[in-house]
Design a protein around this ligand. Structure first.
Ligand code: TYD
Ligand code: MG
Length: 456
């Protein structure tokens, strides 16, 4: 028997090496290499490949880019609007989609719902390696899903799965989850980097050759190391992340990589007693405010992918009893908060050096864009002075280090969205003032932080 070879793969970026090293030279991560036992039988450096269909090699002819028939890849809807949106407009046959998220995020629920509905229009196969068939069936019944068309399989051997799938020729297939799948040729435990990598490569190859849409479920551990989907990212076409804080019922689906559409699209779901429900109008839920206005609360419009969403930013500024006053940002960037407080001191004349500052985005949303700067600062000022801002006021804008207010993309659409939800006054950067007045909306243009402070 030939000696089994091994390689070393970086858990962070997926680069492989023939020798172990302390630091990955590709991504500079420390101590991230783990050993991968390659199969001796196949002898190829990248392990076994799905070789069921001989057609693959013949089609591999050189041709001009213009001659490639693009009409051959029509998209079809997944039946869930929010999922379609994140995928860039629907499912592409032959694509591999990774859905990552912490255990309990709702990945299985989302896919089970989607598959039950898809099964009524096309052959669909759901492979469960984690839960028993009874568990899945009970859940589907409880959620009131149409259960008669979906094909189920409880299996963890990748070779077996592909053999069975060849007979059933599904158009959509779910692997729940990639961490429990294993291949006979790979000599390590399921869930190890080598098993996950080889299994995913084999399944992706199968999907490409049979034109099947493949959903892979991948768990992200808190530290993101062992079998983290990072090692998979270069093989798959789309990588989606289902996120949600444990205590909030809202889940956001975000795409981190998409070969067929834009990234940073956001889909919003709510986890209810009867499954995951789409949230068609996220502004309405993130903005459920009490009647009277309270100090430290400001509404802003964030731009997520292709749409505006209204969110409320809250701040609490309080006398600190510590030597190092605390700066805590939930849903916003910590470093940005520290920077903005310095700008506020220098250009707004407001000293928060001896105060604890907490800021929070209501509803568990993460705001990563700089358009939140002005809203954050006004919330801090409002809390510091204990003066509530008007209920019908909306704010957005980036704040620069010299106290200038910079415009942000899609200003006009943001103002329109706010007007639609009953806001009557907007404080916006000068560059974002719409050319035509928006009915019912008073737009206040500001170019310096001090202007904005005067305006409120
Ligand atoms: P699940 O889809 O099993 O998560 P994952 O596959 O990502 O690990 O979802 C599990 C969580 O969702 C569980 O903690 C309970 C909750 N849940 C509901 O609140 N309502 C429901 O209808 C369902 C099916 C699950
Ligand atoms: Mg699950």
């Amino acid at each position: 028997m030939a000696k089994a070879k091994s390689a070393y793969v970086c858990n962070e970026c997926g680069a492989d090496y023939s020798k172990w090293m302390g630091q990955c030279t590709a991504c500079n991560a420390w101590n991230s290499l783990s050993e991968v036992r390659l199969s001796a039988a196949k002898g190829s450096a990248r392990g076994a490949r799905y070789e069921g269909y001989a057609g693959g090699a013949v089609q591999n002819r050189v041709q001009s880019l213009a001659d490639v028939n693009v009409a051959e890849t029509p998209r079809f809807s997944s039946g869930t609007q929010e999922l379609d949106r994140v995928l860039g407009g629907g499912l592409v046959p032959g694509s591999a989609i990774l859905i990552g998220g912490e255990p309990g995020a709702g990945k299985s629920t989302l896919l089970l719902q989607t598959m039950c509905h898809l099964a009524s229009v096309m052959p669909a196969l759901y492979i469960t390696g984690e839960e028993s068939l009874q568990q899945v069936a009970l859940r589907a019944r409880r959620l009131g899903l149409p259960v008669d068309k979906l094909q189920m399989l409880s299996e963890t051997s990748v070779e077996q799965i592909c053999t069975i799938a060849e007979q059933h020729t599904p158009k959509v297939m779910v692997i729940d989850s990639i961490q429990v799948m294993h291949m006979a040729d790979v000599q390590s435990a399921p869930g190890s980097v080598s098993q996950v990598r080889e299994s995913a490569a084999y399944l992706t190859c199968f999907a490409k050759q049979t034109n099947t849409v493949l959903f892979l479920v991948g768990h992200v551990t808190k530290d993101g190391t062992l079998a983290g989907p990072k090692v998979l990212e270069h093989m798959i076409d789309c990588s989606l992340q289902l996120e949600g804080s444990g205590d909030s019922r809202f889940r956001t689906l975000r795409s981190h990589k998409n070969r067929f559409g834009a990234v940073n699209e956001l889909g919003v779901f709510a986890m209810m007693e009867n499954g995951l429900k789409e949230v068609k109008n996220p502004s309405a839920i993130f903005l459920s405010r009490t009647e009277e206005s309270s100090p430290g609360s400001v509404v802003m419009v964030v731009w997520e992918g292709t749409r505006p969403i209204l969110v409320e930013i809250q701040a609490l500024v309080d006398q600190s009893h510590m030597n190092n006053p605390r700066r805590v940002a939930v849903g916003l960037e910590q470093n940005r908060l520290a920077m903005l407080l310095a700008v506020l001191h220098r250009h707004g004349g407001l000293m928060t050096g001896d105060q604890d500052v907490f800021v929070n985005v209501v509803g568990g949303v993460k705001v990563l864009e700089t358009g939140a700067d002005l809203a954050l600062l006004l919330a801090v000022v409002s809390s510091f002075r204990d003066m509530p801002l008007a209920q019908d006021l909306m704010v957005f804008g980036e704040v620069g280090l010299s106290g200038e207010i910079r415009p942000v993309p899609n200003g006009q659409e943001r103002i329109r969205e706010a007007a639609k939800h009953g806001f009557r006054r907007a404080i916006v950067p000068k560059g974002n003032v719409p050319k035509e007045a928006i009915p019912g909306m008073e737009v206040v243009a500001v170019s310096r932080l001090s202007d904005a402070l005067d305006a409120v």
